[in-house]
Structure formats: C-alpha cells, structure tokens
Design a binder for this molecule. Sequence first.
Ligand SMILES: C[S@@+](CC[C@H](N)C(=O)[O-])C[C@H]1O[C@@H](n2cnc3c(N)ncnc32)[C@H](O)[C@@H]1O
Length: 258
Amino acid sequence: MKSHGRKSIRATLKPSSLMDETAPLAGVWQARVITLFPAAFPGVLGESLTGRAMKDGLWQLHTHDLREHGLTKHRNVDDTPAGGGAGMVLRADVVGPAIAEAQSHARGRWPILYMSPRGRRFDQAMARDLARCDGVTMLCGRFEGVDERVLEAFGITEVSLGDFVMTGGELAAQAMIDATVRLLPGVLGNAESAVDESHSAGLLEHPQYTKPAEWQGRTIPEVLMSGNHAKIAEWRREMSEKITAERRPDLWARHKGE
Ligand SMILES: C[S@@+](CC[C@H](N)C(=O)[O-])C[C@H]1O[C@@H](n2cnc3c(N)ncnc32)[C@H](O)[C@@H]1O
C-alpha cells in the first residue's frame, strides 16, 4: 500500500515525491484506490488545488497495488473469461483480498465503487454525496473487467465516467476524486467558490471574460463593465438559462420541473 500526502510534507516536494507511507489521519476524507498501476497516482491529483489540499492534510490518497495480491510466483491477477471470448478477466480471488485490505481501513460511511462503463453515470450530486462520506474505495478495472462475484460479494456500486470505454479505471477514479475533493470543506478558497458554477444549481455556467477589454476586435459584454451588480447578476442568470436550454435540454427540463 502506498499513501500520498500528509500534513508535515515539505512544500518543495513534487507530487511524485508524495509517495511516503502516511498514517491515516482521523476525520480526514480518504480515497483508497485499488489498481494495477499505482504509479499513475496521484497523477493530476497531486497538482494545483487538490495537490495543495493533500499536502495540507485536508484529504488523503492511498493506493493498493492489485499485483501484490497476485497468485503464484508470477503474481497473476487475471484469467480467461468463463464461457470463452476475447480478453482476460480480473480474478475474484485476487480482487477480493485487495478489497478486504482496503476496507480494513474504512470507517463510518464508506462506499466501494467499481469504475465501470456499465455503471451509473457520475455527476455532481454523486460528488456532493461522496464528499459527505468518510471516505471511498475505488476499484480500477483493466482488461475485460472484474469477476462479477466479487462485485456481488462486497455490494459494490458500479460508476461510469461517461458513455465511452477506456482501457482502465484509473482516469475515471482520478476524475471522480478530483470532483469530490474540491467540495470538501476548506479545499476551495472563497475566490474559487463551488456555489456559483456549472451543475451547482442544475444549470450550466454563464460565459466568463477577463482582460484585455478588447481582443482581436471582440469586446466584453457592456453590462459586465457597468459596475451594476444587480444587472450583472441578471445577465449571468439569463445567459446560464439560455446556454443550458440550448446545450442540455435534459438539464433544462429538470430545472423547469418538467
Ligand atoms: C476495457 S474496459 C472493460 C470494458 C468492459 N468489458 C465492458 O464492456 O463494460 C477496462 C476497465 O476500464 C475501466 N473503464 C472503462 N471505461 C470506463 C468508464 N466509462 N467509466 C469508468 N471506468 C471505465 C473499467 O474499470 C473497466 O473495467
């Protein structure tokens, strides 16, 4: 098991140097990731806001190397699909012990998620719910996926990043952890509030502009330069509704209560 980030870490350390053994901090949100590729972590999570929050001890990341639970001297983790067909399937007697190891650290409300294109599509509501948990264990599949029995035995929830197929669950896990960690108390400063952004109130965000006031002949909408905060808020709400209605009729219908 590898752990990433802790309160006492030196600020100069690069994300890849955060791979010290770290004692779980009581009350700190944890992600436990079961993967064949622990070197892929913290990955992008070690950068910017999520990386800083990890160094500050606002959340913790632990990876569990599936290979360590491999069988025989070759540490095999997979085998051919029962019933035939292409590819390989991760074995229940390899994945099971890895999950049991990860769950031995779990406390309180702590779901086990399997990154899977068959799962419920991840969204902001799920990120909000995960942020209210004490932690999460994420199982990253590879090859053709995982023996179904292990999913049943641990009551694992399948969650998808979207309707496409990736080669492994690691990117999905990083995306879901990123979306969750930025909702944890203290991670976003006031300047980066999650209150007024896409999906926070079921709408997409209004357009954003910054300096220069004119770029390649294009100007910033006048209302944003007016200093009239009520008018600016009204314009932003109108644009937010217009963009949502145009781009995401499904979200718009839900917002209108249809
Ligand atoms: C090649 S995929 C397996 C796809 C599986 N045979 C199927 O058809 O549903 C290998 C692994 O990548 C991960 N994966 C692929 N696409 C994903 C997605 N959209 N969301 C989350 N995880 C995904 C899963 O962990 C999966 O076990």
